[in-house]
Structures are given as structure tokens and as C-alpha cells.
Design a protein around this ligand. Structure first.
Ligand SMILES: [Zn+2]
Length: 202
């Protein structure tokens, strides 16, 4: 039986996929945003790129079946399954310490940027000096009726919803169960970070 790994609320984990392997990411409790990065396992300077992926697919956010590409414009992962409402985000930066300071937090607050670094180091991979923009899985950032404004809305996925990403090259994938508890994006009331889980499937 493949091992199911929990990503504790507000924390991150990294994993390795060989080309052709898949990872199933489960929204265990529903309503949780998961920041995701993918890096070429042989050279982390090549990574999943949101801007190149928007060019590749000619849409803002990926849909079921879309291939996502690297900053070298090469396929890196494919969104092969998605039982959620299909609402994801490619526009918002990962949260970081400064984001929480600007939201009024005094002292350290866990954040996706640090989760990326922690997760990669725990896997024995040196993270790049600057984190790429993440794929924000399950994140609900609708474009307003003016076709310009953005707003932070609670994720609309339910408990047990999942996505499956298939690796198109040997890669390191990082998931961060976003610790955001001020801007209303996660879980109950939009401010309740929760665990998620993943398993590697062939
Ligand atoms: Zn975050």
C-alpha cells in the first residue's frame, strides 16, 4: 500500500517524483489552500513557472488535463485528475513573513515561503535563493466584474477533494498547507488552516 503522508496545518513537505509518477494531493478537511512548487530534480534553476504556463495554456488558471511548464517552457507536471470545483490560482505570491507583518502580525508567523525552504532542506535539496511564484491549488481568487480587480475568497473544495499531478520530468514537488489565518482563504470562516495529505501513486 502506498504511504499517505500528512502535511500538518501551516507546514510544508517536499517529495520526489520520477517522470511518469503521480502524486495525489487530498484536501483532507476541505477548504484548505495548498501552495505548490515543482523543480527539475537535476537542476532546481528549472522550475514550474506560472507565467510560462499562462502562455502555454492561454488561460489564467489551469484546468483539468492541462500541462504545466517550467521556466524553460518544458512540460513539468500535468493536472491529470481534479475532483474539486477546479478553482485554483496562479496570480498570488506565496505568503511570507513580510506579508504577515503587513497584515499586522507581531513576531514570527509561519508562512509558505519558509515552508518551501523547510520542505526542500528536509528532503536534502538546496532550495533556490528566490522562490518561484507558486501554483496555489484550491485557492479561490476570482476576477471581479470589472475584469481587473481580485479578491481573497474562501476555498470552495470539500473534504476529500483531490488533485493528481503527473510528473513530466524527474522533479521535486513541494506542498505547503498555507498557514494564512488573517486573509479569509482557508477553511471555516476562511481563517482556519488545516492539514492536507498526499500519496505517490504510479
Ligand atoms: Zn501561504
Amino acid at each position: 500500500m502506498p504511504a499517505i503522508e500528512t502535511v500538518p496545518a501551516g507546514h510544508g513537505k517536499a517529495l520526489r517524483l520520477r517522470a511518469g509518477q503521480r502524486v495525489k494531493l487530498v484536501n483532507t478537511h476541505g477548504g484548505q489552500v495548498v501552495d505548490c512548487w515543482a523543480f527539475n530534480a537535476n537542476d532546481v534553476r528549472e522550475h514550474l513557472s506560472m507565467d510560462c504556463t499562462r502562455v502555454w495554456n492561454q488561460r489564467i488558471n489551469p484546468k483539468l488535463g492541462d500541462t504545466l511548464v517550467s521556466n524553460q517552457r518544458r512540460p513539468i507536471v500535468t493536472l491529470e485528475q481534479d475532483t474539486s470545483p477546479g478553482i485554483h490560482d496562479t496570480l498570488m505570491a506565496a505568503c511570507d513573513q513580510r506579508r504577515y507583518e503587513l497584515l499586522g502580525v507581531v513576531g514570527y508567523h509561519r508562512n509558505c515561503q519558509d515552508n518551501l525552504v523547510e520542505g526542500m532542506l528536509a528532503l536534502g535539496v538546496t532550495p533556490p535563493p528566490r522562490a518561484p511564484s507558486p501554483l496555489n491549488i484550491f485557492m479561490n481568487i476570482p476576477v471581479g466584474d470589472d475584469r481587473n480587480s481580485l479578491s481573497f475568497q474562501p476555498a470552495r473544495c470539500k473534504a476529500g477533494d483531490f488533485v493528481v499531478l503527473r510528473a513530466e520530468m524527474d522533479c521535486v514537488v513541494v506542498f505547503s498547507a498555507c498557514p494564512q489565518d488573517i486573509a479569509p482563504i482557508n477553511g471555516e470562516g476562511g481563517v482556519t488552516p488545516r492539514d492536507v495529505a498526499f500519496e505517490i501513486v504510479e
